[in-house]
Design a protein around this ligand. Sequence first.
Ligand SMILES: [Zn+2]
Length: 215
Amino acid sequence: MNILIMGGPGAGKGTMSAKIVEKFNVNHISTGDIFRSEISNGTKLGLEAKSYIDEGKLVPDEITNSMVKHYLENLKDKKSGFLLDGYPRTLDQAKAFDALSAGTDLAISIVLVMDIPFEVLAQRVTGRRLCKECGAIYHIESNPSKQEGLCDKCGASLYQRKDDTIESLQVRLQEYQNQTQPVLDYYEKKGLVQTIDSNQPIEKVWADVEKALDQ
Ligand SMILES: [Zn+2]
């Protein structure tokens, strides 16, 4: 089974990805991993990509697409498929990946969309506090530290990330939506999209994800 997982900032994609990888024995694949691997292995595509990155330019879609395909085809342990995260990011990439993978065992079987209402997301993001020293994450309502402003684990002070504000969240969400809505519509037409309600306790979200993937 080849899964594509999508979701805006704070939609709980990371937590669910870890659980999916464990339960369904798939390779977790992010484009960041692919770029690092292809570049450090010095593959032809990796070197081409690097020349763009070194010049501070965006890597063209056709290189990214071929690199993803090359990486997936050459995985040592193919396991039971893969979980793609962060790719395809644009409609062009989605179409190209479909063309590259049509009729192969790389074709995407299901697209999971982690969905969360804006107000809930805003509350999650603006209440987040991080430890300066050890990176532990708290939330002022759902997971407060025992002593306000101090880390339970190491005692260092907690801070709020500069872009954990409503304004910054709105900008990030808008960017995310502009880019991914066409990708979503594309997969929706193919009947591959399963929307998961992220605004539930984690166990419930996971139960819904399992159900979608078991079908
Ligand atoms: Zn700490």
